[in-house]
Design a protein around this ligand. Structure first.
Ligand code: UDP
Ligand code: MG
Length: 314
């Protein structure tokens, strides 16, 4: 069986189109489907749409509804936990992950038994603001230099996995989730297919530039301790530099006497060093904040309703 995990946040308009398009692919794969829609605290009519989908197709549709918006990462995790299939795929509800690729992805898994996962990646970034592409490229350049986990530029969350890989991902139950890193960190053999970027069919993206920026910082902090090393390195360098300066000043005072001058430069140096200290404290604080959230050991989400509640009502 194939489980299709779909995180949904305010997707009332895209969901019916998504379902229709995905059903069309069914005849190319001789395998039963199971849809797991995760309603991530939508404020629109997503939940009623899901209830209606379930009532129309109780044999293949399941849904989970969160008590509030917990974010896409939590929705993905909940969906993977609920999935029962031997194959699991993760797809966005907006058809930016075309279901028509599924047969091709399956063919790849069938052709190579040792392959555990087929991922997808955008061949281009058409229809995306230039500045956003610039920052994404910069992010992938940086993170691939400083983190041991390789992250493929343009890789989407859309992927088809075998059960063994899903079970591995489920074992990483950390609170700070960065799926691109997690999928790569668990290892297993993954091949990527590229496809042209497309616009979402309906609704609006829930990712602002600022949200993406924070997400990228999370990615770096979650998968690399290089920022801490950089902070220590800057500290050591400035310590070394000031020692040399001290020796220089002492010797100069002995030779030329001590004229009181150079206050402006002193103040500049104070400010510079103070700024460095704050920067390094900020970096350390970022990591401590992550530890704080992680040690609270809170659940990743709370369910308010599932398709089972519908059954009870009957
Ligand atoms: N999503 C979610 N919770 C959120 C934000 C987004 O479950 O808090 C879902 C959304 O419904 C969609 C997928 O994550 O299915 C990708 O979101 P979106 O299309 O807004 O992102 P983009 O494709 O623009 O990166
Ligand atoms: Mg999208």
């Amino acid at each position: 069986m194939l489980s299709i995990v779909v995180p949904c946040f305010n997707e009332e308009a895209s969901l019916p189109i998504f379902f229709e398009e995905t059903e069309k692919v069914k005849k190319y794969l001789n395998m039963p489907f199971e849809y797991i829609f995760v309603n991530d605290g939508s404020s629109d009519q997503t939940l009623p749409v899901l209830r209606a989908l379930y009532r129309a197709h109780p044999e293949s549709v399941r849904y989970l509804s969160f008590s509030r918006n917990f974010g896409k990462e939590a929705a993905l995790y909940a969906g993977l936990q609920a999935a029962k299939g031997d194959f699991v795929t993760v797809m966005d509800a907006d058809l930016q992950d075309p279901p028509t690729l599924l047969p091709e992805m399956f063919a790849m898994l069938e052709a190579k038994p040792e392959l555990d996962c087929v991922g997808t990646r955008r061949a281009d970034r058409k229809g995306e603001p230039k500045i956003r592409s610039f920052f994404s490229d910069a992010f992938y350049n940086i993170i691939n230099k400083i983190a041991d986990t390789e992250m493929v530029n343009g890789a989407r969350d859309f992927r088809l996995m075998r059960r063994n890989m899903v079970d591995a991902v489920l074992q990483l139950s950390e609170y700070n989730r960065f799926s691109k890193g997690i999928f790569s960190w668990v290892g297993f053999d993954t091949e990527y297919i590229a496809y042209e970027n497309r616009e979402r069919v309906a609704g609006e993206t829930s990712w602002s530039f600022w949200k993406l920026f924070q997400y990228s910082i999370d990615g770096i902090v979650n998968f690399s301790d290089t920022p801490l090393n950089i902070a220590s390195f800057i500290g050591a360098l400035s310590c070394f530099g000031s020692l040399i300066a001290l020796v220089f000043i002492v010797i100069r005072t002995f030779i030329f006497g001590d004229p009181t001058s150079g206050w402006p430069s002193m103040v500049s140096i104070f400010l510079f060093v103070g700024g460095l200290q704050l920067l390094c404290l900020g970096i350390i604080g970022k990591y401590i904040g992550k530890i704080f959230l992680e040690t609270k050991n809170r659940p990743l989400y709370f369910l308010k309703e599932t398709e089972k509640d519908q059954e009870k009502q009957r």
